[in-house]
Design a protein around this ligand. Structure first.
Ligand code: NAP
Length: 258
């Protein structure tokens, strides 16, 4: 059995919906105290009401991870409510699709600003409390798209998700001296509100290309993050875990026949 993480202070960015909400639900279910982060006040309140209905200690702070002052506000809220941070799940991300030939500077800046700059700024802001924790953990939500695969429209997104892994490897070395581990989960196609917005055709074609023949659930990413946050995972740092139902495995569509 794993040592309980009940009572640990957990910050999950991009947790007003989707994968972040699933991560928050799993940590709250394990007895952790959870601070959810996002920009949409109504969605944040709804998520807090839903997750705290079981008696869990869940609250929110409104913040844009792409802004340093907002990231400092996240840390201040965690200090006030929990007295520190044990785990940061840097999950906030966006995936608007744009063909490379039509990509504007604004498109590039928005995606890199949230996914890559937002990852760096949120981790950087949380360093002191994570070091003070004695078992600080950072879990990034990257993607198979970029580090392993490609998909039309997501050149900037893929760059941001691969960029998170470049950040991860140097950060792991720098943070080791403070006893902080940092790892990344690489989801395949996970059923979320954001993915739903890509439409039925996209969801059907993705499901057909996954050996397990279904999209993943947000809780399946949450349980992977939970494992990486345990004491028992304390010797793992700078690493990645793909959670994709086998999507990256087939060499061709024929490999999925039969
Ligand atoms: P989603 O349903 O669209 O949810 C995205 C979350 O991120 C929302 O809670 C949103 O909250 C928050 N967010 C976006 N920009 C933010 C910002 N600047 N500051 C703070 N919060 C922000 O997306 P998802 O599918 O759950 O994706 C979550 C993460 O998983 C992303 O990093 C994505 O790249 C990654 N991922 C997803 C999949 C998938 O299949 N779903 C696959 C691979 C990787 P507000 O609107 O309240 O700000």
């Amino acid at each position: 059995m794993f040592t309980s993480i009940a009572g640990r202070a957990v910050v999950v960015t991009g947790a007003t919906r989707g994968i972040g909400k699933g991560i928050a639900r799993v940590f709250a279910g394990a007895g952790a105290r959870v601070l959810i982060v996002g920009r949409d006040a109504e969605a944040a309140k709804g998520t807090v009401a839903e997750l705290s209905a079981t008696g869990a200690d869940v609250s929110h702070v409104l913040a844009d991870v792409g802004r340093r002052e907002d990231c400092q506000r996240i840390v201040a809220a965690a200090a006030e409510r929990f007295g520190g941070i044990d785990v940061l799940c840097a999950n906030a991300g966006i995936f608007p699709a744009t063909p490379l030939a039509e990509m504007t500077e604004k498109d590039i800046d928005e995606v890199l600003g949230t996914n890559l700059r937002g990852t760096i700024l949120s981790v950087q802001a949380c360093l002191a409390p994570l070091a003070a924790s004695g078992h600080g953990r950072v879990i990034l939500t990257s993607s198979i798209t970029g580090p392993i695969t490609g998909f039309p429209g997501w050149a900037h997104y893929g760059a941001s998700k691969a960029g998170q892994l470049g950040f991860l490897r140097t950060a792991a070395i720098e943070l080791a001296a403070s006893g902080i581990t940092i790892n990344a989960v690489l989801p395949g196609n996970i059923a979320t509100e954001g993915l739903d917005e890509l439409g039925e055709d996209y969801l059907a074609s993705m499901t057909a290309s996954i050996p397990l023949r279904r999209l993943g659930t947000v809780e399946e990413i949450g349980y992977t993050a939970l494992f990486l946050a345990t004491d028992e995972a304390g010797y793992i740092t700078g690493q990645t875990i793909v959670v994709d139902g086998g999507q990256v495995l087939p060499e061709s569509l024929a490999a999925l026949d039969g």
